[in-house]
Design a protein around this ligand. Structure first.
Ligand code: CUA
Length: 357
């Protein structure tokens, strides 16, 4: 009876697995690669899986043959003894070595290829670099993306050109996090004391299929809102990327609010928020307001706080009670309570922070 009870949930889980596997966002899986790095890694996963399957199949078949064909029929006969049989011992030593070599050669080759970040250090005569470099900084439940050569900073939504290598310097500002864009490549830790480097490529065709938007996650348990530490990747053609960079660089001063509400919102922002959140992109010095996400292009984003649908209602709810949506986040309690009217004004201001039309 007990055993039956244990299996009672089995059909339920089977059904759930079936139904839930249909959900989820497109291109949020390492099994749907959208760039060279992810493709190579998937190929390695397939190679090792096929080798394992092959070994299991061969061993199972031999096992079954032996089980049935050489079953003991008479008690008197002692089977032929094979210990110390050189031929057999060589066979079962050499086969695993061959299998390991088949696994090792492409794995080692790809490991070196994927770890090749020499391009990051190459400087032209005028001091510029051809490689596009992004400094990623992970903080408790949000992400900052600094483009050191373009001298701009943004947060929560990484913007990258498609079909070329993008190089990353990864760092954590408080605890260890892990930078992961499943569709583009494997995860890598953002440590607090060292900088990890990696590169990724975003395929233009796959980006188009994904609506130019890939999903990024934190992949290292970092606190109560670890699972909510999402970011987005807008992978766009090179010229569009350059336009975005130029329009970000154009923002020398905080954007002028267009309505009276937004104007009032800016005043609240300047009193309560600006110490942590910058609204200009050039905050590349560490002492600048970088305790919270840079909001220069907040109005252009696709999510509020990385997780909520991008609308004023969600923005107001988020500001009202951040802890409800991301428990343990550092914005909670950082400012006094705001009235409904103030929230409306603040939301109007923030939603108006756009660099693209
Ligand atoms: Cu940051 Cu998990």
């Amino acid at each position: 009876m007990k055993r039956l009870a244990k299996w009672r949930l089995f059909p339920l889980f089977t059904a759930l697995a079936l139904i839930l596997s249909g959900c989820g966002e497109p291109y949020l899986s390492a099994l749907r690669p959208a760039g060279e790095v992810a493709e190579r890694q998937l190929w390695l996963m397939k190679l090792s899986t096929w080798i394992m399957v092959l070994v299991i199949l061969v061993v199972t078949v031999i096992f079954l043959i032996v089980l049935f064909k050489y079953r003991r029929k008479h008690d008197k006969e002692i089977p032929k003894q094979v210990e110390g049989n050189h031929a057999l011992e060589i066979i079962w030593t050499v086969i695993p070595i061959i299998l390991l070599l088949i696994l090792a050669v492409p794995t080692v080759a790809d490991t070196f290829h994927l770890a090749d970040v020499k391009e990051m250090d190459k400087k032209n005569k005028d001091g510029t670099r051809d490689a596009l470099v992004v400094n990623v900084r992970a903080s408790l439940y949000w992400w900052e993306f600094e483009y050191p050569d373009q001298k701009i900073v943004t947060s929560q939504e990484l913007v990258v050109p498609t079909d070329e290598r993008v190089y990353f310097n990864l760092k954590g500002s408080d605890v260890k996090h892990s930078f992961w864009i499943p569709a583009a490549g494997g995860k890598m830790d953002t440590n607090t004391d060292t900088v990890n480097k990696m590169w990724l490529v975003f395929d233009s065709k796959k980006a188009e299929e994904a609506g130019d938007l890939f999903y990024g996650k934190c992949a290292e348990l970092c606190g109560p809102s670890h699972a909510l530490m999402d970011f987005k990747v807008r992978a766009v053609p090179r010229d569009e990327f350059e336009q975005w960079v130029a329009s970000m660089q154009d923002v020398k001063e905080p954007a002028k609010p267009e309505t009276a509400d937004a104007q009032a919102g800016q005043e609240i922002f300047n009193k309560s928020c600006i110490g942590c959140h910058a609204v200009t992109p050039a905050n590349t010095t560490p002492e600048a307001a970088r305790q919270g996400p840079n909001l220069t292009d907040f109005g252009d984003r696709t999510r509020v706080a990385g997780i909520l649908e991008h609308n004023e209602e969600n923005l107001k709810n988020w500001i009202k009670d951040p802890d409800k949506y991301k428990p343990g986040n550092l914005m909670t309690g950082a400012y006094g309570e705001l009235s409904e009217e103030q929230l409306d004004q603040l939301a109007a201001y923030l939603m108006g922070l756009k660099v693209q039309d």
